[in-house]
Ligand binder design. Sequence first.
Ligand SMILES: Nc1ncnc2c1ncn2[C@@H]1O[C@H](COP(=O)(O)OP(=O)(O)OP(=O)(O)O)[C@@H](O)[C@H]1O
Ligand SMILES: [Mg+2]
Length: 150
Amino acid sequence: MVRKVLVPTDGSPTALRAAAYAATLKKLLPETEITVLTVHTVPRDLIGRKLYWMAEERPVTGKVIEELFAEERERILKTTVDVFKEAGVEVEVDHRTGDAAEAIAEYARENGFDLIVMGTRGASEISNLLVGSVSYKVLHLAHCPVVMVK
Ligand SMILES: Nc1ncnc2c1ncn2[C@@H]1O[C@H](COP(=O)(O)OP(=O)(O)OP(=O)(O)O)[C@@H](O)[C@H]1O
Ligand SMILES: [Mg+2]
């Protein structure tokens, strides 16, 4: 039974296609509740991490950075929610900070989701791999079925 569907988004065109697919699913299964989740990722590489923490330690810079992140998060969420609005589907929104895949899988498990609908690729689209690293890792960590939309 599919009751709670999690739609993780980074605002990329593929993630928006996944959102459109989830909206269609909602029409087939009207009882389902949909939550759109975006994760603010801390940079993985050493220099990125160092700059990030350095900025956080400086009150003014840290605040500006926080505001920029919040703006970006709102933009990502709005772009994704708009896809549902256009389809006449209401959704909840939420956000987390950390490793994207770990946060998505943890959020899905802790909140009793029974399906994750996400894109195969995301905003990076640099490599030739079939699926991005977040999708790949979610597939590995998820406790429930995962639908990947191309
Ligand atoms: N920060 C994030 N928060 C929520 N969902 C995300 C996030 N990043 C990616 N996703 C989800 O994962 C899907 C696949 O994106 P992924 O990041 O794996 O691919 P990519 O950006 O092409 O490659 P990579 O990030 O590995 O270089 C997206 O369509 C989206 O559904
Ligand atoms: Mg990505």
